[in-house]
Design a protein around this ligand. Structure first.
Ligand SMILES: [Zn+2]
Length: 384
């Protein structure tokens, strides 16, 4: 019998982690971070411990305590058994976990706990915590979402919470003979690559049939899912979607495709579900043209850096008001990652006549390229 278990995303904005179980087939719909739940404990400099973050997040109820899904090195770092008495004395709680690893759960049940994580779109509240998962669990997403996730990894501050595509598998090592403290323990990392599968219109994950539909959202590449289980139950998961954006036609097409599907469960999310005033991107453009035409001097505009629709709107606003749109290197970088997707209608920032990138003066203060090589995205937007 099919079942649904919600490990996040209920009574909160985002944080969706929905387990669909059909006999011994299990898939997660999204594996995101609940901003509110994490924000109860962490902000700015107060963050989970660098090499023990998963335990902190599990203890605080920010991620579920589940066997067979998390990275082995976060449950018990390689080589710790040999040194635990020396470094931890009788207290091994910092290093050991009572949650079973992918391999342990695999041996016990004869198959991995989950067969895939289906990501609806490239917002952190829907994909952030795939960084904690065993790298052998396949991540399914659209090719645009994969490019966005990759850009998020490149731009992020690093560390275990942004290891989305590649992961630095940790193990205990020792400093070499020429080090200041030869033989002292340290954490070594070995690069491993996560398995990504690009979502097709239809795929079968063991017992579970999954149909994918593109929908409009404030980040491109968003999809909704229609899932059929082996006991003929139909589950619709919309992910995040909107009707009022420039690609509202995609959402309407998805809505039309659902006709006659008679879902047993419809899972959706709305931050403005109780509002009946209709906004549109065209209204945003019109209002901004008016405001900016009336403004003297510099006009500042704030929007989320993955919101490509808003970027395109602001580019048009700048053109109509005779201004230059100056964007952040982050936005320029994601544009360079997405310009190959013809549907999005993006071209490189260097080919735009009224868009420029703002680079902070730093290092030598001479705008030398050498000052920007540490942040791939700072210098990289125009050369990729
Ligand atoms: Zn979203």
């Amino acid at each position: 019998m099919a079942s649904l278990t919600f490990y996040g995303g209920v009574g909160e904005i985002g944080g969706n982690k929905i387990l669909v179980q059909d006999n011994d087939t299990r898939i997660f719909l999204d594996f995101g971070m609940g901003f509110d739940r994490k924000g109860d404990f962490y902000e700015e400099f107060l963050q989970p411990r660098t090499n023990n973050g998963l335990k902190d997040l599990m203890e605080l109820g920010i991620v579920p305590k589940l066997d067979g899904i998390y990275r082995e090195d976060f449950l018990e770092i390689g080589g710790i058994e040999d040194v635990i008495n020396e470094i931890a004395g009788s207290d091994s709680s910092l290093w050991m976990s009572d949650v079973k690893s992918y391999d342990e759960a695999d041996k016990r049940g004869g198959n991995p706990f989950v067969q895939g994580i289906l990501i609806s779109h490239g917002h952190l509240d829907h994909f952030q915590f795939i960084s904690l998962l065993d790298e052998r669990i396949p991540v399914y997403c659209s090719s645009i979402s994969k490019a966005i996730i990759e850009a998020t990894e490149d731009i992020g501050k690093g560390g275990f919470e942004s290891e989305f595509l590649s992961a630095g598998k940790r193990k205990i090592g020792k400093l070499g003979a020429t080090a200041f403290f030869p033989g002292a323990y340290k954490i070594d990392t070995e690069d491993v690559i996560r398995e990504y599968r690009i979502l097709q219109q239809y795929q079968k994950i063991r017992n579970i049939e999954v149909r994918t539909f593109p929908v409009d959202h404030s980040v491109p590449g968003a999809v909704a899912f229609l899932i059929r289980t082996s006991d003929a139950k139909t589950i619709v998961y919309t992910g995040d979607m909107r009707f009022h954006g420039t690609r509202g036609d995609l959402t309407r097409k998805f809505q039309d495709s659902l006709k006659g599907s008679k879902p047993d469960a419809l899972i959706t999310e709305g931050t403005r579900i109780d509002e009946d005033t209709l906004d549109s991107e065209a209204d945003v453009k019109q209002d901004c043209v008016k405001l900016i035409s009336d403004a003297k001097g510099l006009a500042m505009v704030g929007f989320a850096w993955k919101d490509i629709t808003r970027y395109q709107t602001m580019k048009e606003v700048a053109k109509e008001t005779g201004r230059i749109l100056v964007i952040s290197p982050k936005l320029a970088y994601i544009i360079s990652k997405l310009k190959g997707f013809a549907d999005l209608g993006l071209k490189d920032v260097s080919a735009e006549d009224n868009v420029k990138v703002y680079l902070k003066r730093k290092g030598s203060m001479l705008y030398s390229k050498a000052d920007y090589v540490k942040s791939k995205y700072d210098a990289g937007y125009s050369v990729i």
